[in-house]
Design a protein around this ligand. Structure first.
Ligand SMILES: NC(=O)c1ccc[n+]([C@@H]2O[C@H](COP(=O)([O-])OP(=O)(O)OC[C@H]3O[C@@H](n4cnc5c(N)ncnc54)[C@H](OP(=O)(O)O)[C@@H]3O)[C@@H](O)[C@H]2O)c1
Length: 228
C-alpha cells in the first residue's frame, strides 16, 4: 500500500483521484474547507483516506498542512500536484492584450509557485523511488499553442519547465517527476461538455502513476508522450 498525497482533493479530478487511489492505497488529500474534507472521508466505507487543510497559494498554510501530514504518515510515495485555477474560465476567452495582469500573478501563484511550495515541503520526506506528477494541461503545450486564457497557458507552460528542472535535480534522490495532461474532463474548470468523466480521467492517471515503467522528465497524456 503506497502513501499518496493529492492537492485539491475536494472536487473535480482531485476528488476522482482520491476515490480511485483510496480503493487500495493510503491517500491524504488537501482541502481548504475542513467540512468538505470530513464529508469526503465519511463518504467512504474504508478508512484509507484522510485530509489536511492547505492553501497552496500561501507558504504558511503549506507548512502547517505538511506538519499535519507528517503526524499522519512518515513518507510520501507519490505526490500529485493537482490543485489549480483557471480565471476567468474557458467560457470567457480574453485576448492576451486585454488580460488583467493581476490574474496572471494570481494564476502563477497557484498553478506554478504553488506546486513548488508543495514540492519544497514534501520532497524532504520522500524516499528513493518516489514519484511526483504535476497535473499540467495541453493549454500549456508550446507546440500548437492556441489563443485566449493567457494566464492559465503561461502558468502551465512554466509548470512544464519546472517539471524538466525538478526531474533532473531530483534524480540524485531517485525521485521521478513528470507533467501530465488529464485530457478534457467534466469538472467545474473543464465544463460539463468535456469529453471525459472524472472517473475515466482519474483511472487513467492512477494507471500511469503506478506503472512499473514510470518515465522521468516527460509530458504525457493517457501514458503517451507529448511534445512540450
Ligand atoms: N478539467 C479539465 O478539463 C482539465 C484539463 C487540463 C488540465 N486540468 C488541470 O487539472 C487540475 C484539476 O482541475 P479540475 O478540472 O479538477 O478543476 P476544479 O474542478 O476547478 O478543481 C480545482 C481544485 O483545485 C483546488 N484549488 C484551487 N485553488 C487552490 C488553492 N489555492 N489551494 C489549494 N487548492 C486549491 C480546488 O479547491 P477549492 O474547492 O477549495 O477551490 C479544487 O479542489 C488542475 O490543475 C487543472 O489545471 C484540468
Amino acid at each position: 500500500m503506497k502513501n499518496i498525497f493529492i492537492t485539491g482533493g475536494n472536487r473535480g479530478i482531485g476528488k476522482g483521484l482520491v476515490e480511485q487511489f483510496s480503493k487500495n492505497h493510503n491517500v491524504i488529500f488537501t482541502v481548504r474547507n475542513k467540512n468538505q474534507g470530513r464529508m469526503i472521508v465519511d463518504s467512504f466505507e474504508h478508512d484509507n483516506a484522510d485530509y489536511v487543510i492547505m492553501d497552496v497559494g500561501e507558504s504558511e498554510s503549506v507548512q502547517n498542512g505538511v506538519k499535519n501530514l507528517k503526524s499522519k504518515i512518515s513518507s510520501v510515495d507519490i505526490l500529485i500536484n493537482n490543485a489549480g485555477i483557471l480565471i476567468p474560465g474557458l467560457k470567457h476567452k480574453i485576448n492576451a492584450i486585454d488580460t488583467d495582469l493581476e490574474s496572471i500573478m494570481e494564476t502563477f501563484n497557484i498553478n506554478t509557485v504553488g506546486v513548488l511550495r508543495v514540492c519544497k515541503a514534501i520532497t524532504p520526506f520522500m524516499q528513493p523511488n518516489s514519484r511526483i506528477i504535476n497535473i499540467s494541461s495541453g493549454m500549456g503545450q508550446l507546440e500548437g499553442m492556441g489563443t485566449g486564457s493567457l494566464a492559465y497557458r503561461l502558468s502551465k507552460t512554466a509548470l512544464n519547465a519546472m517539471t524538466i528542472v525538478l526531474s533532473q535535480e531530483l534524480m540524485g534522490k531517485k525521485i521521478k517527476v513528470n507533467s501530465i495532461c488529464p485530457g478534457w474532463v467534466k469538472t467545474d474548470m473543464g465544463g460539463y461538455d468535456a469529453a471525459l468523466t472524472v472517473q475515466e480521467s482519474a483511472e487513467s492517471i492512477k494507471k500511469f502513476a503506478l506503472d512499473d515503467d514510470f518515465p522521468n522528465g516527460k509530458f504525457l497524456r493517457h501514458g503517451e508522450v507529448l511534445p512540450w
